[in-house]
Design a protein around this ligand. Structure first.
Ligand SMILES: NC(=O)c1ccc[n+]([C@@H]2O[C@H](COP(=O)([O-])OP(=O)(O)OC[C@H]3O[C@@H](n4cnc5c(N)ncnc54)[C@H](OP(=O)(O)O)[C@@H]3O)[C@@H](O)[C@H]2O)c1
Length: 335
């Protein structure tokens, strides 16, 4: 098949590209900065279409001759003209218009688990609006909603992994922040399984008109995920119990410095420290204000405060995937 792929320079897109080639497809990628495609061009014989999905005129002709599109451009943080609404909704509408012009019927769209009407985060709200555009397009669509995706080069697992390594571990005295007690449940899935579903959907007419959850075998609390990452990297871990509310001004404020000292001098183990959401919001705001690429933003905090779980059974059946448990999955690449 001739496939147009968006987001090929990203974490998920590079694995999708690899699998499309493995399956013998001919691929054209859309890239806003063709220089970022140099690495791709060295590995694969792709055609690069220079364009930004935000600007409709720049996409003219991008679908010519294509049988299908896999659209996975997405952002987790807004920057300049790249707002959630523009990238997710308007970008998707622009591609749908191009697909119709070129009579490219098959449209695979990558949304996210937790996308729903009246979602709390603007990320999910804009993905919902994009899903509505895809559903109403009249094209042969399939929508995928992945939970957190992990694998070599991911942003999520590697962020926490970096925090357990020198020099960050020294600065923070071997502590890892667990926002809001880390009670939200997530269902992480490996990027290889995710890509297998996207590429597989092209050859499955029965996937047309379906919306699939893509997630791992079992929900894990955020604090269990962070703990597992630290343990796979060879650290002993300990959860610190601090009251989340009103701990400032109370005797327990001594607990954290005491535990950090213990972590630093007595037992160099990773301490999982609960961070009250109010403090996390301030940190996120400071990062958004002063960093060009903030590690955390307030929209992400909203998402980390709610469950992100689903039912993987349909995808497992239709695309024959067997996502491993999280510890097994990250052990392959983290060490
Ligand atoms: N990673 C996860 O855990 C996860 C979970 C659920 C859903 N998803 C969804 O999966 C998709 C891929 O995520 P990812 O983790 O691979 O993201 P990523 O690594 O940040 O990659 C994003 C891709 O989108 C491209 N892009 C961004 N804005 C663009 C624009 N205006 N025009 C053209 N290209 C643009 C980027 O190109 P440049 O190289 O030019 O920046 C990059 O190729 C997204 O839709 C995301 O919402 C991801």
């Amino acid at each position: 098949m001739k496939v147009l792929l968006t987001g090929a320079t990203g974490f998920v897109g590079s694995e999708v590209l690899r699998q499309l080639f493995e399956n013998g497809h001919v691929v054209r990628v859309i890239a806003r900065d063709p220089a970022r495609c140099d690495a791709i061009r060295k590995r694969f014989n792709v055609e690069v279409f220079h364009g930004n999905i935000l600007h409709a005129p720049a996409l003219d002709g991008c679908m010519a001759g294509m049988d299908a599109v896999i659209h996975l451009v997405g952002i987790i943080a807004e920057a300049g003209e790249n707002t959630f609404d523009r990238v997710h909704r308007i970008g998707t509408e622009n591609l749908i218009a191009e697909a119709k012009k070129a009579k490219t019927k098959r449209f695979v769209f990558v949304s996210a688990l937790g996308t729903r009407e009246n979602a709390r985060s603007r990320y999910h709200q804009s993905k919902w609006a994009a899903e509505a555009a895809v559903r109403g397009s009249g094209l042969d669509w399939t929508i995928f909603r992945p939970s957190v995706i992990y694998g070599p080069g991911d942003a999520f697992v590697n962020l926490f992994a970096r925090m357990t390594r020198w020099p960050l571990n020294l600065i923070q005295c071997f502590t890892l922040p667990v926002i809001q007690g880390g009670n939200a449940r997530l269902q992480p899935i490996p990027v290889a399984d995710v890509a297998r579903c996207f590429a597989g959907a092209l050859m499955k007419p029965e996937a047309i008109g379906k919306t699939y959850d893509l997630c791992g075998p079992a929900p894990l609390r955020l604090r269990e995920i962070i703990r597992t990452i630290a343990e796979v990297l060879g650290h002993e871990t300990e959860e610190i119990q601090l009251p989340l509310k009103g701990w400032i001004g109370d005797w327990s404020k001594l607990l954290l410095p005491m535990c950090m000292l213990k972590g630093l001098f007595v037992q160099p183990r990773v301490l999982l420290v609960p961070v009250p959401v109010e403090a996390a919001v301030v940190v996120a705001w400071l990062m958004e204000t002063f960093m060009t690429k903030p590690l955390l933003n307030r929209d992400q905090l909203l998402m980390l405060g709610e469950d992100n779980v689903g039912d993987p059974s349909e995808a497992m059946k239709d695309f024959v995937i067997r996502p491993p448990n999280f510890r097994e999955g990250i052990s392959v690449y983290l060490k």
